[in-house]
Write a protein that binds this ligand. Sequence first.
Ligand code: FES
Length: 146
Amino acid sequence: MIKFTPVFKIDDLPPGKRQKVDIGDEEILIANVKGEIYAVSDRCGHMGASLSVGEFVNSEIECPLHGTIFDMQTGKVVTEESRKNYLRKFRKDINELLSVLGVPPVKTKALKTYPVEVKDGVVSVGIEEGDKCEKCDCLPAQAGGK
Ligand code: FES
């Protein structure tokens, strides 16, 4: 079951802006993309940096650590190539170092997305309720009860 939690008034998040909120253990990045509100995990799908301080352009948020760009509307990776030269070089250097050590580069995962409701001018974010699995933090109901 999904429980919606009110987070702020829609007027507090004009188009082109984003805001991080914490709901329980979830760190969530909420953005207004041309009047539509979207919510994704604030933690980068590469190595977990906080995306809330990344550059936000149109519907895309760029990780401030290694530059992966995600689409806020889908949570999917747009590109692992940063818009910034120094971040592209930094990531290339890290991957070369990992290669020398015989370690494959860390794959970037898409961001978890959250349902959003806007009612009476208030934005609410939906979180799946249930007991989390002790092994992997999944919700057993989503994993087929295993
Ligand atoms: S932690 Fe975000 S791209 Fe590496």
